[in-house]
Write a protein that binds this ligand. Structure first.
Ligand SMILES: [Zn+2]
Length: 232
């Protein structure tokens, strides 16, 4: 792979998605068949690799991965693509800088999405991974174009948002960065809900949020950093 985490071939994309599906289950970001992942392929700008519909992750094989156009037409694969394909294809059509997407159903993030709460910038690593506090997209039924469209605004300047009464959508310049944003969002949501039980939750000062963004988050999107940006 020329760019860290961005596959050059369909076989590399298959291997990458299966690897991150296992990581998704191991990290309790999704259960059984829920959630879905996708990536661009450097040599095929019009094609994306996505996880199949209703396929358990623990037994998923590389040949189960599906390839579609940016309009969602299947070009290779025996299984149907994820029913939430519009979440992926819309972001790739809109944003050439988005090269990987992780949609997860993790516990604390789902609680936040049910409550409809924004997650403020409370932790350094969360700002590094997501660009600041994140918002919840308005409610729409899962799998619809409307749900995908409603994520445009909350993702305009962030790497993740909540989907109301549903879960998290995370984007990145690679799948690895998107997955990292989804993982860090779950940890921050869990910390926020625990802390909130004891009263108001202090946020990181606004000028520090901007400094952390500039130091850790913006370079990733500018393509200057290959490594993940946990940033302590
Ligand atoms: Zn979902």
């Amino acid at each position: 792979m020329n760019r860290p985490g961005l596959p050059d071939t369909r076989d590399e994309a298959r291997a990458l998605l299966v690897l991150f599906c296992r990581r998704m289950v191991d990290a309790h970001l999704a259960y059984y068949t829920s959630g879905n992942l996708s990536t661009r392929i450097s040599t095929e700008p019009g094609v994306i690799a996505v996880t199949p519909s209703s396929t358990p992750y623990d037994t998923m094989r590389p040949e189960d991965i599906v390839f579609t156009t940016l309009e969602g037409e299947v070009v290779e694969g025996d299984l149907p693509p994820t029913s939430e394909l519009p979440l992926h294809t819309l972001a790739y059509r809109d944003r050439p800088d988005v090269r990987g997407i992780a949609h997860v159903h993790s516990a604390a993030a789902m609680a936040m999405s049910v409550l409809g709460w924004d997650l403020p910038p409370i932790l350094h690593g969360f700002i590094s991974a997501c660009g600041g506090g994140i918002a919840a997209a308005p409610y729409a039924r899962g799998g619809t174009d409307e749900m995908a469209t409603l994520t445009r605004e909350p993702l305009r300047d962030r790497s993740a948002c909540f989907l109301r009464n549903h879960g998290t959508l995370a984007i990145g310049p690679t799948l690895e960065h998107a997955f990292n944003a989804a993982t860090v969002t779950e940890g921050a949501a869990d910390a926020y809900l625990r802390a909130r039980a004891f009263g108001p939750v202090p946020e990181i000062p606004a000028d520090d949020v901007l400094r952390i963004r500039a130091r850790f988050w913006e370079p990733v999107w500018a393509g200057a950093a290959g490594a993940l940006t946990h940033g302590g």
